[in-house]
Structure formats: structure tokens, C-alpha cells
Design a protein. Structure first.
Length: 180
């Protein structure tokens, strides 16, 4: 695990009454207000942390965790050089969908996806990751949407993705690593 950058890149969320920091949105407002936009302040001046690009280049498998693609994964992709590195290694990138049966298990990802013009589903996640990932792991609850994921240009692996304990997390990790 490496940080994306040593440079500050705060996430700024646009809501109806203006721009606020992500922590204000998430904690202060309990993510109960609609999001109209997201930006990563200063990302254009940020540099990947030392070793990040080498790690992406050398990895056997690059895993995009089941986290919010708009405010957790997008800032990483926005750091100059990282998106290009992921695209160049697309065949080694496996993403795990944070959306199960149309909902986020935790946090506002499903609401944010809809508010920002995406579909809150494994298909919407596939569309977001299609340029950088060759495989999307989706939960058994979404097995009926596997063909739609594949139509977006990703291989689809169906597996239990809800990690209620160490055993489930280890099983999911094994499936993710085996998918490449």
C-alpha cells in the first residue's frame, strides 16, 4: 500500500449552497445533501508518491478496492500519471464493485452515482472502470447483470463480495487474485 501522492489533494463537493470539503459533506452534513459535482483541489499540480508508478508497472495484479469510485478511487486516478499507468496495465487491473444489488453497503456511493449522472449498479461501475480495468468482480446478488458488465468491455467474475469477517475477506481476495 502506497499513498497516491505526498501532495495535498482535498476533495471538494459541490452542493446546492456551494462548495464544501468532503469531510463537511460526509460527517458534518451526514451525506444527506445532494451532490452536484466533485473536484480534487490541486490535483493538476500533484505528483505520484515515490514508488507508485513503479509499483503499478511491476504489479502482477492491480486491485481497485470496493470503494466509492467517485470520491475514493477517482482522486487517485486524477493524479497525473496514474490514469495512464493503469490504462497501460489494464489487462492486470481487477476492480471489485462497491455496489451490491443497486446499493452501497456503506456510505453514499449509490446516491452520489445517481446524483452525478451514473447508474447505481454494477453496470454503472463497469462503465466508470472500463478504461482502466479488464475485470470487474460483482456480488452473487448481481449475477443476473454479468452479461451487461461484459457488454461494457470487462470480464465479469461473480463471487460473494460482502465481507462480514476475515474468512469472507480472504475468500474474496483469493477470487480477485485468481481472476488474473
Amino acid at each position: 500500500m502506497l499513498p497516491m501522492s505526498d501532495d495535498p489533494v482535498p476533495t471538494i463537493v459541490t452542493v446546492d449552497d456551494g462548495e464544501i470539503g468532503f469531510q463537511d459533506y460526509f460527517v458534518g452534513r451526514r451525506h444527506a445533501v445532494a451532490v452536484r459535482g466533485v473536484r480534487f483541489d490541486g490535483v493538476e499540480r500533484a505528483h505520484p508518491a515515490p514508488g507508485v508508478l513503479d509499483a503499478l508497472h511491476d504489479a502482477d495484479v492491480i486491485v481497485i478496492s470496493p470503494s466509492n469510485p467517485l470520491v475514493s478511487i477517482a482522486p487517485i486516478r486524477a493524479v497525473p500519471g496514474i490514469e495512464e499507468a493503469l490504462r497501460s496495465r489494464r489487462d492486470r487491473v481487477v476492480a471489485v464493485s462497491p455496489i451490491v444489488a443497486g446499493a452501497a453497503l456503506k456510505g453514499p456511493a449509490d446516491h452520489m452515482l445517481v446524483e452525478l449522472g451514473h447508474e447505481a449498479s454494477v453496470v454503472g461501475v463497469a462503465r466508470i472502470y472500463a478504461a482502466v480495468a479488464s475485470t470487474l468482480v460483482i456480488d452473487d446478488a448481481d449475477a443476473h447483470r454479468a452479461a451487461e458488465v461484459e457488454a461494457e468491455g470487462l470480464a465479469c467474475v461473480v463471487a460473494p463480495t460482502v465481507m462480514t469477517g476475515r474468512a469472507e475477506a480472504a475468500a474474496l481476495a483469493g477470487r480477485v487474485l485468481a481472476s488474473r
